[in-house]
Design a protein around this ligand. Structure first.
Ligand SMILES: Cc1cc2nc3c(=O)[nH]c(=O)nc-3n(C[C@H](O)[C@H](O)[C@H](O)COP(=O)(O)OP(=O)(O)OC[C@H]3O[C@@H](n4cnc5c(N)ncnc54)[C@H](O)[C@@H]3O)c2cc1C
Length: 534
């Protein structure tokens, strides 16, 4: 017998878990959220590295479910920094009195479905043992860091840091020789900041990433007033964009139908607007390699323009995958940082890292001495956090086994054989290929509506049917294969994690189509899902 009975357990108290808790509690359910961290905020609690900030305009990366919240909160910058994002999420927790139902510093270790009762048994590392009708995995797409598997890392005598679990008190690199391993989004955001302090920064790059300027700055009174006046329309406009980002302003015109001058003008305009807007210049950029090359060449030209040393510019220019097929980075002064005297770049695809030494790091050709090493090596994306929980569904089948060949879901929301277990932004949903604040709100609302529907009809269990799941997985793959995305060895495909099945995990069919599919299922009495009476 479980020690305690609740209607629902939520795992995680980031953007997803906070809103899920608010929604379900508002529907009269008894709910508890468990959070492994010592505070709420998820991504923005953990990732406190210097330069961490949102890559979608702050106003778009916000909750819209409550007018009072939206009206009272004023973002101070176009792209909010991590401390401000964390303040916002703490404000949400306080404003809606969420903390009383959140248990921090508690990791959910297992969840097992009891078929005779249609309930989940959830056990935590602090000994909590709960019986709940529903479990909502709000565990995050990017919450489990890639394992640190550099030989000798533990013998390094200097300071070691990971961008994904940065010390809360911050780090002073003044006068230090710093090695930064990785050139993904976290590295691209932090390197300019670290370089401003450190005596020297050596960046170890395996694969260069494309990055575009954010053009960040303080928000003006006029911008805030405009946002307040047009908030609802702007969110609708964002929801009509494939990536859920209004700023992308996607055009239907094809790059290959435009003249070189028209293309150049469009790309320059988008570069000047900043952020992801480059991606919206033409409709065929992610569909056609020739079209993609025109945009990729434009960015390569920018890198050559900004970075003074031609050899460094060459190393920083991606060559092995199409633009956008790895997450585009949005930076503040990244390429320019390589013009500093105190920054150097090592291409580890040509000169691989052999091991970490007590004094620094050794590549095949060279020995480096450091006072500090920063690991910015990415995440076990989309499935990492789910696979860390021992989840057993119908017949004791483990989620890990059900997903051995890659994750399988219907709409990214549920998995066949795991009744009453919902996933927020699960694999098979737009998730990381979307403005996640918007994707999260849509998922949370769909799940809350589904639970309300069940309550009103005495339905004991809901689960994805195998047929609907098979069809959805086939569709997710089909649309991914229509694009250039599978051509990159990206974390979208699990390519950064040794042994992870190579499956394109997020849904690239676009947010509008996706939402249509979710709404259609709900309004057809959850077609594609099997419902069992209590
Ligand atoms: C560095 C970084 C920058 C990002 N920037 C952007 C951006 O600019 N725009 C954007 O749209 N998205 C961005 N993302 C994605 C970001 O994760 C989402 O936008 C959003 O914050 C996800 O919220 P979430 O609540 O779903 O997940 P998270 O914020 O990841 O929260 C999940 C929480 O669940 C907890 N948890 C996991 N497993 C367990 C368990 N077993 N027991 C208890 N607790 C558990 C974790 O500790 C974590 O706090 C970024 C991600 C990272 C890592």
């Amino acid at each position: 017998m479980a020690a305690e009975t609740l209607d629902a357990v939520i795992v995680g108290a980031g953007f997803s878990g906070l809103y899920m808790l608010h929604k379900l509690r508002g529907q009269g359910l008894s709910v508890r959220a468990y959070e492994a961290g010592a505070g709420v905020g998820g991504t923005w609690f953990w990732n406190r590295y210097p330069g961490a900030r949102v890559d979608i305009e702050s106003q778009e990366y916000s909750y819209t479910f409550d007018d009072g919240l939206a009206d009272e909160w004023e973002w101070s910058e176009r792209y909010a920094s991590q401390p401000e994002l964390l303040r916002y999420l703490n404000h949400v927790a306080d404003r809606f009195d969420l903390r009383k139902d959140i248990q921090l510093e508690t990791r959910v270790e297992s969840a097992a479905f009891d078929e005779s009762a249609n309930r989940w048994r959830i056990v935590t590392d602090t000994g909590d043992d709960i019986s709940a009708k529903f479990v909502v995995m709000a565990t995050g797409c990017l919450s489990v860091p890639q394992e640190l598997n550099f030989e000798g890392a533990e013998r390094f005598k200097g300071e070691s840091y990971r961008t994904s679990s940065w010390p809360h008190e911050g780090v002073d690199f003044t006068g230090k020789r710093v090695g930064v391993i990785g050139t993904g989004s976290s590295a691209i955001q932090s390197i300019p900041e670290i370089a401003r302090q450190a005596a020297h920064v050596t960046v170890f790059q395996r694969t260069p990433n494309y990055s575009v300027p954010a053009h960040n700055g303080p928000t003006t009174k006029e911008q805030l007033a405009d946002w307040r006046a047009n908030r609802k329309r702007y969110r609708e406009e964002a929801m009509a964009q494939g990536f859920g980002v209004r700023q992308i302003d996607g055009q239907e015109r094809m790059a290959l139908d435009a003249t070189p001058e028209e293309r150049a003008a469009a790309y320059e305009d988008r570069w000047a607007r900043g952020g992801f807007s480059l991606g919206g210049a033409f409709a065929d950029i992610v569909l056609n390699k020739e079209a993609n090359d025109t945009a990729a060449e434009f960015v390569a030209g920018k890198i050559r323009q900004i970075v003074k040393d031609p050899a460094t510019a060459e190393k920083l220019t991606p060559k092995t995958y199409p633009l956008f097929t790895k997450r585009l980075c949005v930076d503040t002064g990244y390429y320019d940082t390589f013009n500093r005297e105190n920054v150097s770049l090592v291409d580890v695809s040509a000169d691989p890292i052999q091991n970490v030494t007590p004094d620094g790091l050794r590549t095949k050709e060279k020995e480096f001495s450091f006072d500090a090493i920063v690991y910015a090596i990415g995440f076990d994306a989309m499935t990492g956090a789910l696979n860390k929980i021992d989840i057993a569904g119908r017949g004791g089948v483990k989620l890990k086994d059900a997903w051995a060949e890659g994750p399988r879901t219907h709409l990214g929301l549920m998995t066949a054989g795991f009744p009453n277990m919902f996933i927020v932004t699960g694999p098979g949903s737009p998730s990381v290929l979307c403005n996640m604040a918007l994707a999260i709100e849509q998922h949370v609302e769909w799940i809350a509506d589904c639970i309300a529907y069940m309550g009103a009809r005495q339905i004991g269990a809901i689960e994805a049917t195998a047929a609907a799941q098979d069809a959805w997985v086939a569709h997710v793959n089909e649309v991914a294969n229509m694009t250039l995305y599978p051509q990159a060895n990206s974390w979208y495909l699990g390519a950064n994690i040794p042994g992870k099945p190579r499956v394109f995990m997020p849904y690239i069919g676009g947010f509008p189509l996706y939402k249509q599919a979710c709404d259609a299922a709900a309004s057809a009495d959850y077609e594609g899902f099997a419902l069992t009476r209590s």
